[in-house]
Write a protein that binds this ligand. Structure first.
Ligand SMILES: Cc1cc2nc3c(=O)[nH]c(=O)nc-3n(C[C@H](O)[C@H](O)[C@H](O)COP(=O)(O)OP(=O)(O)OC[C@H]3O[C@@H](n4cnc5c(N)ncnc54)[C@H](O)[C@@H]3O)c2cc1C
Length: 578
């Protein structure tokens, strides 16, 4: 058994414990000038020759062979320390396991909430539900906490549950290769370290990398360009002419937060969104104290939030008009009440079915769009020039700062890192047209490997954590059973995986996500393999018990093993005591 390293200090909480404060600024319209000639595109990068590629792969193989093979074999290697990976680590430790590590490419826990520090960043599911069920918090300042508070909460959990000794920060997993003979994974960590582990739990997150909108000419802009997912606090916004490109979940948070301080904000909108109001009053000290004194009330609060969200599932998920009229009316009425100018109202009215793209929650987006110092542009962008943005109609907006609120490269195709399974099968190849996994967790040919918040298990109507926690319990059962039965490996049966995927595809046909709009829910071939097309409660029931009958179990002698009644009962017991 491995002894955990010395406990490192938890880093101090960084930015944004408070939302950005507002100071009204005089409205200054940006200068609009006439069209100019487009900048010449830069020369294409020279092609890599096949000889160079061969040399490179030979030297890579040589470099790999030179790495030192460790003697120690971890029971579990968890990849990622956001809500999911950290939750997995806590679960393993609670079960008494110490021979595991959490590999994190960054220098701290937190995932999404460590990386997204843009003004206004907050959750859009109530914090009582967007937090671990085993660690309710009475300290939230609002019903929907901001980024700083969520990050502080995650760090609090890491400290309280003694997770820092198990963390391996600045350890990006580059590659994982399964050794069927030994029944273990070999991980290559950036920097050249090798790690052996019997089980791998991949929790690299759905929104790790910012999406570059690839607008022509951006390299020529003389001002600053910031992506919301890599916010740069050194860029001054006060008194500047700023463009916000993108009006999705991030755009509607950052726009209202910065509008009061900039000289002028030009918002470039491609598609108007369905918006629901999100009242978010401060919680008083008396209310917080009441929660501290009455943990049962907090639990009931969470439960009522959970079931309220579940009740909204048919309205957000199904495509049928019967489920669309009520929420569409609420959203339409809200917009009409808030937006007085008919031209602006038209621009802000969505032209697709309610729920086809993510429904946004914001009580300050419409007021922001009506500020004197804000302009909403719906004309497309032609290019970025050295001094601003040129639109397709030839108009030019002079700018100091451009903000890309263009979201993330959602990983619905390809592997999150290089993974080679049985018979050197490549996960990248398997998932090239769309990621698939049985119950969203395990995929055939990649034994003893489990995904958290994997394919088909994003939330359409509730908190990610409701999915992740159920998956964590399931994965823990799989890991325990493998150990108890002394198996070399466990891999899901191809027929079982195919049947689950078929069910997901069939169900997705009934969802509003496939009603004709473009969204990040769909992979390039038009399939939904991101969101769960159903109730969370049903998903939880589905994966409550790890059923070994769905898996091929391979014993120490390389022969398939049939699970006995005792093995089945063991998983029932684990499911009931999770
Ligand atoms: C701005 C924003 C707001 C959101 N609001 C909500 C909300 O209100 N409700 C909701 O349900 N969801 C929300 N989400 C979705 C959110 O991503 C999830 O709720 C949650 O953070 C997912 O946690 P995770 O641990 O699975 O992934 P992440 O938080 O993304 O963590 C993954 C971790 O893995 C690490 N990692 C990745 N690859 C490697 C590698 N190769 N090696 C080592 N480490 C690696 C990353 O550095 C990261 O720390 C929001 C997302 C964003 C971006």
């Amino acid at each position: 058994m491995t002894t955990p390293e010395k406990t490192p200090e938890a880093p101090a909480t960084t930015t944004q414990d408070e939302p950005t404060t507002a100071t009204a600024k005089p409205a200054a319209k940006p200068r609009v000038t006439k069209p100019r000639a487009a900048a010449k595109p830069r020369a294409a990068a020279s092609k890599t020759t096949s000889a160079a590629t061969t040399t490179k792969s030979a030297s890579t193989a040589k470099a790999k062979a030179a790495l030192k093979m460790p003697d120690e074999v971890l029971e579990v290697a968890v990849i990622g320390s956001g809500f999911s990976g950290l939750g997995m680590g806590i679960r393993l430790k609670k079960a008494g396991m110490t021979n595991f590590r959490v590999f994190e490419k960054a220098g701290d826990v937190g995932g999404t909430w460590r990386d997204n520090v843009y003004p206004g960043c907050a959750c859009d599911v109530k914090s009582q539900l967007y937090s671990y069920s085993f660690e309710p918090s009475a300290e939230w300042s609002n019903a929907y906490a901001n980024q700083g508070e969520i990050l502080k909460y995650i760090r609090h959990c890491a400290t309280k549950y003694g997770m820092y000794p198990f963390m391996r920060f600045n350890s990006k997993v580059l590659e994982a290769t399964f050794n069927a003979e030994k029944g273990e994974w070999l991980l290559i960590i950036e920097g050249g370290e090798l790690v052996r582990a019997k089980n791998v739990v991949a929790a690299p997150g759905p929104f790790a990398d910012p999406k570059d909108p690839h607008i022509k000419g951006s390299e020529n802009f003389k001002g600053a360009i910031i992506h919301t997912a890599r916010w740069d606090n050194s860029v001054e916004l006060k008194g500047k002419r700023v463009a916000l490109i993108g009006t999705g979940a991030t755009g509607v948070q950052v726009g209202p937060a910065i509008a009061p301080e900039v000289a002028h904000l030009t918002v470039f909108q491609r598609t108007a969104n369905w918006i629901m109001p999100r009242p978010n009053p401060d919680l008083t000290e008396a209310e917080k104290q009441e929660s501290r004194d009455n943990p049962l009330k907090m639990k009931l609060n969470r439960l009522s939030n959970y079931w309220l969200n579940e009740a909204t599932a048919p309205f957000l998920i199904l495509k049928y008009d019967a489920f669309k009229s009520v929420p569409s009316k609420i959203s339409n009425d809200y917009r009409k009440r808030k937006v007085k100018d008919p031209e602006l109202l038209k621009k802000l009215t969505p032209n697709y079915k309610f729920g086809c793209k993510r429904v946004l929650v914001s009580s300050d987006w419409y007021p922001t769009m009506q500020r004197e110092n804000v302009t909403l542009e719906v004309t497309g962008i032609k290019q970025i020039t050295p001094t601003g943005i040129e639109m397709v109609d030839g108009q030019h907006v002079d700018l100091d700062v451009i903000i890309f609120a263009t979201g993330y490269e959602v990983r619905n195709t390809g592997a999150p890192f290089a993974v080679h399974g049985l018979n050197n099968a490549s996960l990248d190849d398997k998932w090239k047209d769309g990621a698939e996994a049985f119950d969203g967790i395990a995929t055939n040919n990649f034994p003893n490997m489990y995904f958290l918040v994997g394919p088909f298990t994003g939330p359409g109507h509730t908190s990610v954590i409701a999915y992740a926690e159920a998956q964590i319990d399931y994965v823990w059962q799989a890991i325990e059973l493998r150990k108890q039965m002394n198996l070399k490996y466990i891999t899901v049966k191809p027929s079982v995986e195919a049947s689950f995927v078929k069910t997901m595809d069939q169900r997705s046909e009934h969802t509003v996500w496939k009603s004709g709009c473009a969204s990040w829910y769909l992979s390039p071939n038009g399939r939904n393999n991101v969101l769960y097309p159903g109730f969370n409660a049903e998903y939880r029931m589905r994966i409550m018990r790890f059923n070994p009958a769905n898996y091929v179990l391979v014993g120490a002698n390389d022969q398939p093993v049939k699970p006995s009644l005792r093995d089945h009962l063991s998983t029932v017991k684990m499911a009931l005591t999770a």
